[in-house]
Design a binder for this molecule. Structure first.
Ligand SMILES: [Zn+2]
Length: 127
């Protein structure tokens, strides 16, 4: 039973990976087109540069997610999948089905979020 659910999680991870890769390819094509337009259109190099930075950041976020997916697939292979990296407990399979590349159980995730909020303080962390 659990094996079946893990197998469907594995398929989901592979689908997600493919979707992210396509997104990055599309973003890169959009970015290239926008940058070409900007350069041809005006001499506003500043705008083009910040646009380039912005799209670069988007691409990095996508790449990071692909890394997370790859790591999850690796854990599925070596049998450590579904264990919380913080407390070592088994992560609820229902949670894994929603967030297949999560590395922490809900409790530890909430703890980490609380901590991040305290560190950033109110109103900070937006820049
Ligand atoms: Zn945990």
């Amino acid at each position: 039973m659990i094996q079946k659910r893990l197998e469907s999680i594995r398929k989901k991870l592979l689908d997600l990976r493919e979707a992210r890769l396509q997104e990055i390819r599309r973003q890169n094509a959009d970015a290239a087109a926008l940058i070409d337009e900007g350069v041809a259109d005006t001499a506003d190099q500043g705008l083009t540069d910040s646009l380039k930075d912005y799209l670069h950041l988007l691409g990095d976020a996508g790449r990071e997610e692909i890394l997370e997916i790859d790591e999850a697939l690796e854990r599925l292979r070596d049998g450590s999948y579904g264990r919380c990296e913080a407390c070592g407990k088994t992560i609820d399979i229902a949670r894994l089905e929603i967030l297949p590349f999560t590395r922490r159980c809900l409790t530890c995730r909430q703890e980490a979020e609380k901590e991040a909020k305290t560190k950033a303080g109110p109103g900070k962390g937006l820049l």
